[in-house]
Design a protein around this ligand. Structure first.
Ligand SMILES: Cc1cc2nc3c(=O)[nH]c(=O)nc-3n(C[C@H](O)[C@H](O)[C@H](O)COP(=O)(O)OP(=O)(O)OC[C@H]3O[C@@H](n4cnc5c(N)ncnc54)[C@H](O)[C@@H]3O)c2cc1C
Length: 510
């Protein structure tokens, strides 16, 4: 049953040209929104696919009916594929469809509806817009990403991870219902109770089983303010055990946000001590770093929510009680009080600065991994302290998450064991001619993955990118049969999300 799905999409370069019938089919589509054929050239945040055309046609759907029309047309075509494009913040062309139609999901009606404790949003809405709408009502989603210029459908197709995930799980654990258009063109409402297999398939499903046209997100009362704190460690084991201590405590005894990152023990303005600063005033004093500290240091980043009416004295006491058992280096603690909105939009400020100096629009060869607690000390020794000892020209996030907060019925795959770490290598450095050639940086990413494989680390790529069947099989492990069974059920012609390069389009008609 599944054999026909197991062939893989070839590289975009070697794809054949679309035929005239497919072009005619795209042009003839009568959408409430619009369709441009040929599609304007476009790239993604990764910028690794150059300026190749993103697709044969670019459709701007007005709603789920338009999405269904495009997908149904693809099922009648000789080889059209369809990719939903959220905000195109993928790294490796995952939202592209070289021979197909890209659905510009942000074009969909962006009105949101608040219902008792939930917000109902279109799949193409940005998380920052969800935040603003919910705050009008004193509410907010519980689980975020660090950067909110991402769409609801885009992050739900992966996981959606940030410093709240230790408590509430990723964003995929915080959605109660979705409307999805499957690869057969069926518009289906799904939830844990209704069409539940499709619901869980789509969450973390890399866009393979349906286009998310609507999602219902769980909300909580929004705090007004956040005490945002960074403390520095010289020793990785102490850093990791303190971070794990915080993420496994009861809600009332811990912070509302826990993350961390590794940085270089030097005055390098990008990779070094200054990367710990919370603002132009709150910087660490390098004289406090012990002379015997290693080449890499670690910063635990935590935050506590509070209300305007809470006194500073009360907040100080709670924070001090929570920090007391931690073993960070004396004197290496920074703290600021910011509004909840400013805290959640902290990466937007980085975006503004990076756009001004041109590095936002440059290529971003990023690498994200989930590494089991079992191997995290060896990972630090071999990757942070050796391969990355000089930094990467951007943040090197490392923080623990709890498997029990993830729903294993979704399509996301995780390392074994209750505690695993998110590693995010978010490179923002200038590449050749001012910096290293792109190939060198990609080779370093490859070296890191090879190091994990050679050492037998229990790890998974987050936002995975593979090119061969063996690699995808290894990625999904024992979940591979379920993944391909779901593909056969919901997208039997492999029309959806071809840019993930997992399955190749079949020409069998329904
Ligand atoms: C600056 C930056 C910061 C980031 N920070 C975080 C972070 O803190 N935490 C985190 O978890 N991730 C983070 N990411 C990664 C991000 O979550 C993914 O790249 C995500 O896929 C991007 O969302 P997007 O809306 O741009 O999706 P796209 O890149 O447009 O799409 C990604 C994939 O999802 C599919 N897709 C998109 N929309 C839909 C839909 N409506 N229905 C079905 N499939 C769909 C696409 O076809 C594609 O396969 C970050 C990325 C960037 C660039």
């Amino acid at each position: 049953m599944i054999a026909f799905l197991e062939r893989f999409v070839p590289d975009i370069d070697s794809e054949t040209l679309p035929n005239e019938t497919d072009i005619g089919l795209c042009k003839a589509l009568d959408l409430q929104g619009s369709i441009s054929c040929p599609a304007p050239a476009c790239t993604d945040f990764g910028g690794l696919n150059g300026s190749r055309p993103l697709a044969l046609a670019l459709a701007r759907p007005a709603g789920p009916d338009d999405v269904a029309k495009v997908i149904r047309a693809a099922t009648r075509s000789s080889g059209l594929t369809v990719a939903a494009r959220g905000n195109g913040h993928s790294i490796n062309g995952q939202a592209m469809a070289a021979r197909g139609v890209v659905l510009e999901m942000r074009a969909m009606d962006s009105r949101m509806e608040l219902r008792q404790g939930y917000v109902v949003v279109a799949g193409g809405v940005l998380w920052e817009d969800v935040l603003m709408e919910c705050l009008e009502h004193g509410l907010a989603p519980r689980s975020w990403t660090d950067y909110l210029g991402l769409t609801v459908g885009g992050t739900l197709s992966n996981a959606g991870i940030s410093g709240q995930a230790f408590r509430y799980g990723p964003q995929t654990s915080n959605v109660s219902e979705m409307q999805v258009v499957t690869g057969k063109g069926d518009i289906v409402v799904c939830s844990e109770r209704e069409n539940s297999d499709l619901f869980f398939a789509v969450l973390g499903g890399l866009g393979q089983f349906g286009v998310i046209t609507r999602a219902t997100i769980i909300l909580q009362p929004a705090p007004d303010m956040v005490r945002w704190i960074r403390v520095v460690y010289g020793d990785f084991e102490e850093f990791a055990s303190d971070a794990e201590f915080l993420v496994t405590r009861n809600e009332c005894d811990s912070f509302d946000y826990v993350e961390g990152f590794a940085f270089v023990n030097s005055d390098d303005p990008v990779n070094g001590w200054d990367s710990v600063s919370l603002d132009s005033v709150n910087r660490i004093d390098p004289d406090r770093i012990p002379a015997n500290a290693g080449p890499v240091l670690y910063c635990l980043e935590v935050a506590l929510h509070y209300r305007n009416q809470d006194s500073f004295k009360t907040v100080d006491k709670i924070v001090n009680d929570m920090l007391r058992p931690l073993r960070f280096l004396p004197g290496l603690k920074l703290a600021v009080d910011v509004s909840y909105v400013d805290f959640l939009l902290r990466v937007k400020r980085v975006e503004h600065a990076a756009k001004v100096n041109g590095i936002w629009d440059a290529p971003h060869p990023w690498l994200n991994l989930l590494v089991s607690k079992r191997d995290i000390i060896d990972f630090d020794r071999t990757v942070f302290k050796r391969i990355l000892r000089n930094g990467i020209g951007g943040p090197m996030l490392v923080y623990p998450l709890l498997r029990s907060k993830w729903d294993l019925r979704t399509s996301v795959v995780l390392p074994e064991g209750e505690i695993f770490y998110l590693i995010a290598l978010l490179r923002f450095s200038r590449l050749s001619p001012e910096g290293p050639p792109l190939e060198e940086v990609l080779a370093q990413n490859h070296e890191i993955i090879q190091c994990c494989i050679t050492n037998g680390f229990d790890f998974k790529l987050y936002l995975p990118h593979y090119r061969s069947e063996e690699q995808w099989k290894r990625h999904f492990g024992k979940q591979w049969p379920r993944f391909i069974e779901r593909k056969a059920l919901y997208d039997p012609m492999a029309i959806l999300a071809p840019g993930q390069r997992i399955f190749s389009r079949t020409h069998k008609s329904l």
